[in-house]
Design a protein around this ligand. Structure first.
Ligand SMILES: [Ca+2]
Length: 566
């Protein structure tokens, strides 16, 4: 068999093998299949040198793409394409694509494949120039951060920090939007490393002298702090430690739902008081648990009596302590665009939500599912209103909107133009301004709601919150004319469509990551959300997804901005 196979020949061979294996009495043997198909060619390519190996890697990658029905063979083809591809620059692209395919199709091989992808992408980056270098640099930021996340998850903290530091260097160089996030990760992991060191020292002290009550107490408190591991703290309790520790540490080790009402309040009070004397890095875990205790108490103690009042006051105190211990982020942000033009933004807290809709939702479309829990791990500021024409003109020096009005949303913009606006505004304000991701947009739109719209399920309520055909008179209206949602955002339903930063892919939800998803790596269209003045209620729903080609300037397209919290 020649190594000059074309794609269709390979596809036919692979399909042929698929049929053979399906009907075969033997278990599919990927290694045997590979040997029969490509064994000789691999040897020939290897004998001819690295250039031929690189070319052969491309052939194997094409075969892998066609071998979707046979997972083992596909994985093997990807691995082989990588091994051969990474031998010479001509094969780097195939090696990288093979690992991307493996990551996409085989979740259990993701971590190892990601590390290999990192290796080849670094090689590509080192050789690249100009635009290609920027593109690969930004891709590397994401890849390094993802590998760092895996290491952090596996508690390999030093390795994780090293990867994040590399990511940060590149993120700074290429002005990625992820610098703050990566800096925070490093800060958090450094605190965790510090806590591990502290615990190791205390453990050693206690091993040398088990009667060292001060070391024992300090170690118990350390476990209650950053590692948030009260179960470990319980094991250290002895009769000679402080009574408070003996009483409350076992309670802290229980699940909050298992605590008696009274214990919830007492434990919260105790945690609040000990957190005051604890190291800054330890306060978060203690106060977080105290808050959960207060919330649990208020959940079960529903009678409006003195006890409930006390619970509410304690929760307030704990929340104030959390605010004091954590970084301060202003709730409202106003950007100065010059010449008296400003832009108002509001803080959207970090949190989890159910993204997409259930099959039972009225008017639901297939691309809104599968519904899944998504975490927005960091708070961000979001434009209270759609970007207005006055704001757009101030930044871009022109206004090409179809329906004119200084306070009306800008319309007839393309995705590229909206992104340009964000870049300009970033330069002007020193903030990281971007389009929201699709997940940020839906999270912000829902503002805690699980219904079809931010206000409920009924189409009849839409008139109170947005401009759509029944009330719009077929045009846009000045922003903020209707009621805001629970986050204080106006016109999330209707008025103009809002461009998001993500590529559109109808099947994306099935494979997307659940923490801060940012859309597929590539695509042919960008996501639009929220419906518009000309859009029926069903397309104004929180979960509805629309799309636009890159350079298309829809007369009903606008956008609002998202600003990274530093
Ligand atoms: Ca809108």
């Amino acid at each position: 068999m020649s190594i000059m196979l074309n794609k269709s020949t390979v596809a036919l061979i692979v399909v042929g093998i698929g049929i053979f294996c399906l009907s075969s009495w033997a278990m599919a043997d990927a290694a045997g299949d590979y040997e029969a198909l490509f064994g000789q060619d691999e040897k020939t390519a290897a004998a001819k040198g690295v250039f031929t190996s690189a070319e052969f890697a491309g052939t194997l990658l094409d075969a892998a793409k066609s071998a979707g029905g046979q997972k083992d063979l596909q994985a093997l083809l990807c691995e082989k394409a990588y091994e051969l591809g990474i031998k010479a620059p001509a094969g780097y692209q195939a090696a990288a694509d093979a690992m991307k395919l493996l990551i996409e199709t085989m979740p259990d091989k993701r971590i190892a494949a990601q590390e290999k992808l990192l290796k080849v992408q670094q090689l590509r980056y080192d050789r690249s120039v100009k635009d290609e270098r920027e593109k690969l640099g930004l891709e590397l930021v994401d890849l390094l951060a993802a590998c760092g996340d895996d290491k952090a998850e596996a508690r390999q903290l030093a390795e994780a920090v090293a990867l994040y530091r590399q990511a940060l260097t590149l993120a700074t160089m290429w002005k990625s939007g992820r610098t703050t996030e990566i800096m925070d990760k490093i800060k958090q992991l450094s605190a965790a490393q510090e806590a591990e060191r502290r615990i190791a020292v205390l453990k050693a002290r206690l091993e040398r002298n088990p009667k060292d009550a001060a070391a024992r107490t300090a170690l118990i408190m350390a476990y209650l702090g950053e590692p948030d591991n009260p179960a470990e703290a319980v094991k250290l309790l002895t009769a000679d430690v402080d009574e408070g520790l003996r009483t409350y540490v076992p309670l802290a080790a229980k699940k909050v739902e298992e605590l008696e009402e009274a214990a919830c309040i007492q434990l919260a009070e105790w945690l609040l008081s000990v957190s005051e004397k604890s190291a800054p890095a330890d306060k978060g875990a203690m106060l977080g648990r105290a808050k959960a205790c207060c919330e649990r108490y208020l959940e079960v103690h529903t009678a409006e009596d003195v006890g409930r009042l006390k619970g509410k006051m304690l929760l307030e105190k704990v929340e104030k302590a959390i605010e004091k211990a954590g970084p301060k982020t202003p709730k409202n942000l106003t950007l100065d665009l010059g010449k008296g033009v400003t832009m108002k933004l509001v803080l959207i807290p970090a949190g989890k939500f159910m993204m997409g809709s259930l099959p039972t939702e009225k008017d639901r479309r297939e691309d809104e599912g599968p519904q899944r829990e998504v975490t927005i791990s960091r708070p961000f500021h979001m434009g209270v209103y759609e970007v207005t024409q006055e704001q757009y003109e101030q930044i871009k020096g022109k206004n090409t909107s179809s329906i004119k009005g200084a306070k009306n949303p800008v319309d007839t913009v393309s995705w590229d133009e909206a992104v340009d606006f964000c870049k300009e505004l970033s330069r002007k304000t020193g903030k990281r301004v971007s389009l929201p991701t699709e997940a940020q947009w839906e999270y912000a739109c829902r503002a805690g709601s699980k219904t079809r719209f931010c206000f409920g399920d009924a189409d009849s309520g839409l008139g109170g919150y947005g401009w759509y055909p029944s009330n719009s008179a077929s045009k846009t209206h000045p922003v903020g004319g209707k009621k805001p949602n629970a986050f204080g955002l106006f016109d999330m339903h209707g008025n103009v469509w809002e461009l998001c930063s993500d590529w559109y892919d109808s099947g994306y939800y099935a494979n997307a990551r659940n923490v801060d998803p940012a859309g597929p790596d590539s695509g042919a269209a960008r996501v639009l959300r929220g419906g518009c003045w000309g859009g029926s209620p069903q397309i104004c729903r929180s979960a509805y997804r629309s799309r636009s080609a890159l350079d298309f300037r829809g007369y009903d397209f606008g956008f609002r901005v998202s600003v990274e919290v530093k």
